[in-house]
Unconditional design. Structure first.
Length: 599
């Protein structure tokens, strides 16, 4: 049984602040021989707690840091090529990996960020966790000595570059969820790491960091690491507390937060707002350098431009299109986006077809740029394929397979070398867009630009596009190449009208998906769920291998219908209040798709 003394001694040995209940649960699980999964956002101390528990057991600890390039051989072990070539596959030629070492010595295998590892690598753990054995070719059966356990950590699924571990693997773990600690505990953590920082500085740095977690413009707030950085940097940047904290916060916070797509403020503006709130400053009275004055003026001008863009009506845009050169218009993103948002009305206001075409080109480029800004960096999921070496192609040698080919040969051919290629997983996606009365052309253009830009960025997504009101229309087929500019142009010209038949649209999307060359097929439906003709779409939604529903919130949206379709299609429903949210939602969906089963 875990005692209070066990917990306190573990905390003292590892310098942990708080976490009594979490440590008690972790020690109980590991002490009972259970494998433990610790899940929580970045910076809550998952790794510190995992290592503390492992050390408390007094067993050897073998650490693995998960990433997409980690291989099965790195985990289980490999043969040393020179020894194999000289002596053959003897025991001394085998170099055990961390899993094998942990099993043989009854130790702890600590896997940091498990859900960043390829699924094939994760699956090696199943027999080790179930039966305490793994089979290694030419080595035989490796049996786990009593005491062998696995402690793993993972970030929540919504974090970029992570995916869900398989149900089979998840079922072998006990789950311990870590949340952010209390304010008093975080203050103690910062003070413990930087004892020379004043109490007020530590308190302010912690408050500012915690405020990022509930600010309406921030999707994911900063961890206590941001508070530690502010406390460490502030005194080096200025003797004045407010100025030092402000400068330090602008260095420490931006890399540790994720802004909401619909936020109209920049990260720097939000940070200034939080600092002003912390110090109850109505306006910045700090003396600025000439460079800071210039930056502040540029920032003020950008803010004014954004406000002007929001206030622009169609008549203002018509006037600008007629008087300002196209190059000047195109260089002002806020004007281009205003044109895109009002393009449907502009078509009836701009009589000159040449000027209207110019306006459309500006709107198209502004839409694509906005999608790219909203997306930020993206990464491509991959899988491992083995084959012969191809010169000029990046690959890693499969040592074991290559040794099999060359061990009895006096001369090695290039074809004898077996390598592992990281190949992106292919997927086919049916994007089905509601084009009824509730959807204007700029909204359709934004959604299409999002999927098209993602398909280009991810390289492995083949997509088709179906728009629908009471009748579905195939705008792009899977095997059809269409320039992004042309697609957006067509949708900007679209007149949203008619009734809404979701059932027919889903059936059409499924029919087109059947032509895909991969079995990794999904549908993505963007709608408010308010169907006015046709049958209930829930049944046809069940014909999809996976169907994700992005519900656009409105006064007449139907969450129950959208949830029922997603559930029937084996996917998820995402509610968005703004079309600016769609690019990131689609990115999360497409990463899940690309990480799923493939042909």
């Amino acid at each position: 049984m875990v005692t209070a003394r066990d917990v306190e001694e573990t905390k003292k040995a590892s310098g942990i602040v708080g976490r009594q209940r979490e440590l008690e649960k972790a020690l109980a699980a590991i002490g009972s021989g259970k494998h433990l999964m610790i899940e929580g956002p970045v910076g809550v101390g998952k790794t510190v707690l995992a290592i503390a528990v492992a050390r408390r057991l007094g067993r050897p600890v073998y650490r693995v840091d998960g990433d997409e390039r980690y291989t099965e051989q790195k985990l289980s072990g490999w043969f040393d090529p020179p020894i194999v070539l000289n002596k053959g596959y003897i025991q001394d030629a085998f170099i055990p990996g961390p899993l094998t070492e942990a099993m043989r010595k009854g130790g702890v295998l600590f896997i940091n960020e498990m859900n960043r590892m390829p699924e094939g690598v994760q699956n090696i753990l199943l027999p080790a966790m179930d039966e305490g054995v793994i089979e290694i070719p030419k080595v035989g059966t490796v049996k786990a000595v009593q005491g062998f356990v696995i402690i793993a950590t993972q970030n929540p699924r919504e974090f970029v570059a992570t995916t869900a571990i398989s149900e089979a693997l998840s079922d072998r773990f006990e789950l311990l969820l870590l949340e952010y600690q209390s304010e008093s505990e975080e203050v103690e953590i910062v003070h413990k790491n930087f004892p020379r920082a004043s109490e007020e500085l530590v308190s302010r740095a912690t408050w500012i960091t915690r405020r990022t977690r509930d600010h309406p413009s921030i999707r994911r707030g900063a961890s206590v690491r941001a508070a530690m950085s502010i406390a460490q940097l502030s005194g080096e940047l200025s003797e004045d507390l407010v100025e030092g904290v402000r400068k330090a916060a602008h260095m420490s916070i931006p890399t540790r937060i994720e802004m909401r797509e619909e936020s109209k403020a920049s990260a720097d503006e939000v940070i200034d707002e939080i600092i002003d709130e912390c110090f109850q400053i109505q306006s910045h009275e700090l003396k600025k350098s000439p460079r800071q004055e210039k930056e502040a003026e540029e920032k003020r001008l950008r803010s004014e431009q954004d406000v002007r863009a929001k206030r622009m009506d169609v008549n203002d845009l018509v006037h600008m299109i007629g008087l300002v050169s196209p190059d000047d218009l195109d260089q002002q993103d806020y004007i281009g986006w205003a044109i895109a948002q009002n393009y449907s009305a502009l078509r009836s206001k701009v009589a000159n077809p040449v000027l209207l075409e110019i306006a459309k080109r500006i709107a198209i480029r502004a839409t694509i740029r906005r999608v790219l800004q909203l997306l930020g960096p993206v990464s491509i999921p991959t899988r491992i394929r083995r084959g012969e070496l191809r010169l000029g192609v990046d690959a890693e040698i499969d040592v074991d397979a290559t040794l099999e080919n060359i061990i009895d040969k006096s001369h090695v051919e290039v074809s004898d070398i077996v390598v592992e290629y990281r190949e992106p997983k292919r997927a086919a996606v049916a994007l089905i867009l509601d084009a009824s009365l509730s959807m204007s052309g700029d909204k359709l253009a934004m959604a299409t630009a999002a999927i098209a830009v993602l398909a280009y960025r991810l390289k492995t997504i083949d997509y088709l596009l179906v728009t629908f009101n009471d009748v579905p229309k195939v705008v792009k087929r899977l095997d059809e190449f269409r320039r992004l500019d042309d697609l957006i142009s067509e949708l900007l010209d679209f007149n949203a009208s008619g009734y809404t038949n979701i059932e027919w649209a889903l059936a059409k999307g499924k029919e087109e998906l059947l032509l895909a060359q991969t079995k990794n097929q999904v549908g993505v439906l963007i709608t408010d769920g308010n169907f006015t003709v046709g049958a209930d779409p829930t049944e046809v939604a069940g014909s999809y291998r996976r169907l994700y529903v992005v519900m656009t919130e409105s006064h007449d949206c139907q969450p129950r219908v959208c949830e029922a379709m997603a559930r029937s299609g084996g996917g998820h429903m995402y509610a968005v209040s703004s079309f600016d949210e769609i690019p990131r939602v689609l990115y999360r969906v497409l990463r899940m798709v690309a990480q799923g089963s493939a042909d």
